[in-house]
Design a binder for this molecule. Structure first.
Ligand code: C5P
Length: 311
């Protein structure tokens, strides 16, 4: 048993409050306009020193631990970029549903980048880590800043908004992982290319007025429901319950399969959760995290870098 430093960092989930797909790009990706929002549901990423090499451990049956895992690639890429000779052991405790459109894998990767940047004293910070994050995946850069932000290009050009959304959230996890690549492949087949977004910019220009949430849409929904027939059979009931209980908006997140409702009041969110559970759905409550809250939670976790006993 050796005494060693260890660092636990939270990796928060995101919702897409709206998502528009404009056209296919020359790099094969899709040009997006999306409104990202972090929520307080999180995985835990425990970082421990190793003399050399990267090792990832995770007890979730659907999460690989080799180079297919984004968290593994984040650690490996950062070590190469920073010419770090030491290694790291990364232990993931999953709470964010896997394949749920909530950005769990991308957030774990961003947490590894930020945590190891601190651990290895590289001093890159979010701006210095951005190019590495972008290479890992389209959703990873958002998690370097969090809060309410506009995502343009592949979803990887991030513009934090001045007014941050503050709301209560109910997320339904249908327990049916969906492949993002497969959903985008379906969308590509029936896309009418266009130059700009219809709803997201309108929403942002209205400066997040409560009543304008209903104009937001997720243009991946139809393709996601074709990919996930079980969800397709449930979506009417889920949306119906969320709307009946007073949701400001009810939508699929990302490419699914999670579905969420946004509420102005905690009591309404509680009632919606109870109604969903009574109807047999697995669901949970969360709150939005603003840019400032996200930043504060991050710096608190980094300053808590502790001394612990590890095998
Ligand atoms: O970037 P990431 O690996 O998370 O994306 C997963 C897949 O989703 C990509 O391989 C691509 O097929 C699709 N995608 C896309 N356009 C985007 C983001 C993702 O086509 N803007």
């Amino acid at each position: 048993m050796a005494v060693s430093r260890a660092l636990t960092v939270p990796a928060y989930a995101k919702l897409n409050l709206g998502l528009e797909v404009l056209r296919q790009r020359e790099d094969g990706y899709h040009e997006l306009r999306t409104l990202f929002q972090t929520i307080d549901l999180h995985d835990d990423v425990l970082l421990l020193p190793r003399p050399e090499g990267i090792e990832v451990r995770c007890d979730h049956p659907l999460v690989p631990t080799g180079p297919e895992n984004l968290a593994y690639r984040a650690a490996r890429d950062l070590a190469r970029f920073g010419r770090v000779e030491k290694g790291a052991l990364v232990i993931l405790t999953k709470r964010i549903p896997v394949g749920g459109g909530l950005g769990g894998g991308s957030s774990d990767a961003a947490a590894v980048l930020r945590g190891l940047d601190h651990f290895w004293r590289l001093g890159l910070g979010p701006a210095g880590l951005y190019p590495l994050a972008r290479r890992l995946g389209a959703d990873v850069p958002f998690f370097l800043t969090g809060g309410t932000a506009l995502g343009l290009a592949r979803g990887d050009e991030i513009y934090p908004l001045r007014r941050q959304v503050r709301a209560y959230v109910v997320v339904v996890d249908p327990g049916q992982p969906v492949s993002t690549a497969a959903v985008f492949r379906r969308v590509a087949g029936c896309l009418t290319p266009r130059e700009n977004s219809n709803t997201i910019f309108r929403f942002v220009s209205r400066d997040l007025e409560g009543e304008s949430y209903s104009i937001l849409v997720n243009e991946l929904e139809q393709a996601a429901l074709e990919e996930a027939p079980k969800l397709a059979g449930q979506v009417g009931r889920i949306r119906g319950i969320l709307v009946r209980e007073g949701a400001l908006m009810a939508s699929l997140s990302g490419s699914g399969s999670s579905f969420f409702g946004l509420f102005a009041e905690a009591a309404r969110a509680r009632r919606a959760l109870a109604a969903l559970e009574t109807a047999g759905f697995t669901a949970f409550r969360a709150r939005t995290l603003s840019l400032e809250q996200y930043r504060r939670l991050w710096s608190r976790s980094l300053s808590r870098s502790r001394v612990g006993r590890t095998r």
